[in-house]
Design a protein around this ligand. Structure first.
Ligand code: ATP
Length: 340
């Protein structure tokens, strides 16, 4: 692997980025801030499906919401850039964001019940979303609403239904229908299936993947469900304590995880297709982000810890299409391992 610490996700096939997150830092609060996103860089190409995983509290949702510019105080973007299709997202004002939100990128949240308006029918919510962006004649609005509901597998009869009249799976599909109404280039999804049973999860994800293949939008997807990302994402990003520790093609990360945290995380989930094996898990708990440990953030829990890990934060190591942030893969890694 070639060391290249300053700009991690510069892999050869990631040049045509639709979304380019560069060295993003997000804090909650000012006095003793919680640094929820710590110098994260990530590129998403057009039509690509990128999954983000990591233990609870590692900053996945904060990263998504920062990209979508949906954070509110006490959260604040401290530094870094987010280039989305040429828009410098960090600098845009609310007025400048309005025309591109929903039209060029949309967001599907964890719980549709909270995201949908309980006192408006699905049809009225679709109409409102369209009316906020363009002057569409009523007949055309109805036609487009019916079309997007059909796309997500909901009978257009439900245009007159209210959210509470739909099942959980149908509400999530309705949210995806709203996210699709303008055929955006990017859909950001924060655990869109976590409230659903396994059958509804799989059916929703199959639908999202089919739509993605048909329309070519990119997906940035946060989940706790390893089997979902293993099936649907092209690349997988693994976060730990606010930092991205590994990124690579999903199959490669699953087959040959490099970072000891990734190995632990993947070892904590049953393999769907592989042989039966004992689940291992990761002893200990993630650090308090107000006082992260010195050196590598994972070192207090790492089974492969070396002296250098307790002193120096590891730089990113980039090679081919993947990156890892671990001293085991630095330029002098072999000497270090020998002296362990
Ligand atoms: N409003 C807030 N004020 C202070 N700290 C916050 C706030 N919201 C989140 N945090 C902190 O920011 C960190 C990242 O939270 P975030 O929700 O982004 O993590 P996550 O990986 O998405 O977790 P989960 O998987 O549980 O949704 C956490 O340590 C959390 O305690």
């Amino acid at each position: 692997m070639q060391p290249l610490s300053s700009r991690p996700d510069t892999t050869p096939d990631s040049r045509q980025a639709l979304l380019d997150v560069d060295d993003l830092v997000v804090d909650y609060g000012v006095h003793e801030p919680v640094r929820a996103v710590d110098h994260v860089s990530l590129r998403v190409r057009r039509g690509e499906f990128v999954g983000i995983v990591g233990e609870s509290g590692c900053g996945k949702s904060t990263l998504l919401y920062a990209v979508a510019r949906l954070l509110s105080p006490p959260a604040r973007i401290v530094s870094g850039q987010v280039d989305f299709a040429g828009h410098q997202m960090v600098q845009l004002t609310e007025d400048e964001l309005r025309p591109i939100r929903w039209r060029d990128y949309s967001v599907v949240m964890q719980s549709a019940m909270n995201a949908l308006n309980p006192v408006l029918s699905i049809g009225a919510q679709l109409r409102d979303a369209m009316a906020a962006h363009e002057r569409v004649p009523a007949a055309q609005m109805r036609q487009r609403s019916e079309e997007v509901l059909r796309l997500v597998g909901i009978d257009p009869i439900h245009l007159t239904s209210y959210p509470h009249q739909l099942s959980g799976g149908m509400r999530q599909r309705a949210m995806i229908a709203m996210a699709l109404v303008f055929r955006p280039d990017l859909i950001i999804m924060d655990e869109p299936t976590s409230a659903l049973d396994v059958v509804a999860q799989r059916s929703l994800m199959r639908r999202v993947k089919a739509l993605q293949e048909e329309f070519g939008f990119a997906v940035l997807f946060v989940t706790h469900d390893m089997s979902l990302v293993s099936h649907y994402s092209d690349r997988l990003a693994i976060m730990y304590a606010g930092q991205m520790v590994e990124l690579g093609p999903t199959r490669e990360v699953f087959a040959h995880a490099r970072h000891p945290y990734s190995t632990g995380l993947l070892g904590a989930f049953p393999s769907l297709r592989g042989e039966r094996r004992e689940l291992t898990g990761i002893p200990g708990a993630p650090p308090d982000l107000r006082h992260p440990p010195r050196g590598c953030r994972f070192q207090p829990r790492c089974p492969k810890v070396m002296d250098v890990c307790r002193e120096d934060p590891p730089p990113y190591q980039v090679g081919g299409t993947d990156l890892v942030r671990c001293h085991l893969y630095g330029p002098d890694a072999s000497e270090r391992q020998e002296s362990r």
